[in-house]
Design a protein around this ligand. Structure first.
Ligand code: FE2
Length: 326
């Protein structure tokens, strides 16, 4: 007996592109300060960041848990605010590919060879749709600690000075139209929407990420008419208890506390917000939750839920939380 195997009749299989254009992670922020000495004292002695470099009007700082030579650049300027935010791309030699993508999307940009910025490789710079200066790059110089930790997953030995901010966690920027900003950051840079505060006339805040964090970037509505504003930058603390200790330190230091300590429903963040001496809002953050699956369904807070989204527990946020940005 013989048997025949019939091949199933299929149309030409469709090839699914495996690479999703997505920036990889937040690397650093540049913060402008009109009070460089006071700001530097706050970021180092109080927050516990370490100075690693100086150049021109800028001081470069890193947290104890960070492998790069800096995550924060403090730059003297007439007004506080965001100098730029910088994101690492996923693979070496991908910067040129992102430039091509920007050409296709009609995003004005500038490509500069490595070495044009301290400890940083080839860099693509551009301005986001609501005026935020941004850089993309892959290569950076790692920090070489003088006293490496025997705990090999940790760059330096503990304890650190001050409240011991572990690492830069996320930043929150503002936009006149949050819906447009959300769509642009999704479409062009590959951010995923994780949570949103939604009203009938559009989103008033969105929390987005490219990593498994619930947010790497938040965008809140800005009625000021100004562009490129920063709401806050946030540093990660290991535990909520560390955050309560930080609150003690801020009171001892006379650091103006804007809000907290408390917990947001949104992102499940334990938070405290303070103003550094240069006028920028800084958040100390703990908690949050990880997101691993590719099919996350955004959490939408609306109607009566919004109150709990903003403050799950703790004191109410001051009105200025929704109007003051730098
Ligand atoms: Fe935040």
């Amino acid at each position: 007996m013989t048997s025949t195997v019939t091949q199933p009749q299929t149309s030409q299989p469709q090839v699914v592109e495996v690479s999703t254009p997505r920036v990889h992670n937040l690397h650093h922020v540049e913060v402008f300060t009109p009070k460089p000495n006071e700001s530097l004292d706050f970021f180092t002695r109080v927050l516990g960041l370490h100075e690693t470099h100086r150049e021109g009007q800028s001081v470069y700082l890193r947290g104890a848990g960070e492998w790069a030579r800096y995550s924060t650049i403090l730059t003297e300027a007439a007004q506080p605010g965001l100098g730029h935010m910088a994101w690492q791309v996923a693979e070496p030699d991908q910067v040129e590919g992102w430039a091509r993508r920007f050409r296709d999307k009609g995003v004005e940009h500038k490509l500069e060879a490595g070495g044009s910025r301290f400890a940083q490789g080839d860099t693509l710079s551009f301005t986001g749709p609501f005026g935020h200066r941004t850089e993309l790059f892959y290569d950076f110089e790692r920090y070489e600690p003088e006293a490496a930790s025997k705990l090999l997953s940790q760059p330096v030995r503990f304890p650190t000075p001050g409240i011991g901010a572990r690492r830069l966690d996320h930043l929150n920027i503002t936009a006149r139209n949050v819906d447009e900003a959300r769509d642009w950051y999704t479409d062009v840079l590959g951010f995923k929407l994780r949570e949103a505060a939604r009203t009938p006339d559009g989103d008033i805040g969105v929390w987005m990420s490219v990593t498994s964090q619930v947010h790497d970037l938040a965008i809140m509505r800005d009625g000021s008419g100004e562009r490129g504003r920063l709401h806050h930058i946030a540093y990660y603390l290991d535990t909520p208890e560390t955050l309560l200790r930080a609150a003690d330190t801020f009171v001892e230091e006379g650091t103006p506390i804007d809000a907290g300590p408390g917990k947001h429903g949104l992102t499940q963040a334990f938070f405290i917000y303070v103003f550094e001496p240069g006028g920028n809002r800084v958040e100390l953050f703990s908690g949050g939750y990880p997101i691993h699956g590719p099919d996350w369904q955004p959490i939408i807070w609306d109607g009566a839920n919004i109150e709990k989204a903003i403050v799950w527990y703790g004191g109410q946020l001051p009105d200025t939380f929704f109007t003051v940005a730098t």
